[in-house]
Design a protein around this ligand. Structure first.
Ligand code: SF4
Length: 62
């Protein structure tokens, strides 16, 4: 699946990093970096990241 993050909404809260640190990290200056293509067997973790984001910035696409 593809993982999209709207960087106009993301405020680097880092909740997604806590849920799935292998996919999301806070890089230099706390700017979020992430894997845009994630295996389908990680769907539960990605849905948890979507739910955890207080800005509703994460969107999944099959
Ligand atoms: S939880 Fe949402 S706002 Fe926070 S870093 Fe992740 S995408 Fe950005």
């Amino acid at each position: 699946m593809k993982v999209h993050v709207d960087m106009n909404l993301c405020q680097s809260h880092g909740e997604c990093v806590i849920v799935a640190p292998d996919v999301f990290t806070l890089g230099e200056d706390d700017i979020l970096v992430w894997s845009e293509e994630v295996p389908d067997d990680r769907r539960a973790a990605m849905e948890a990241a979507v739910d955890a984001c207080p800005m509703m910035a994460i969107r999944l696409e099959n």
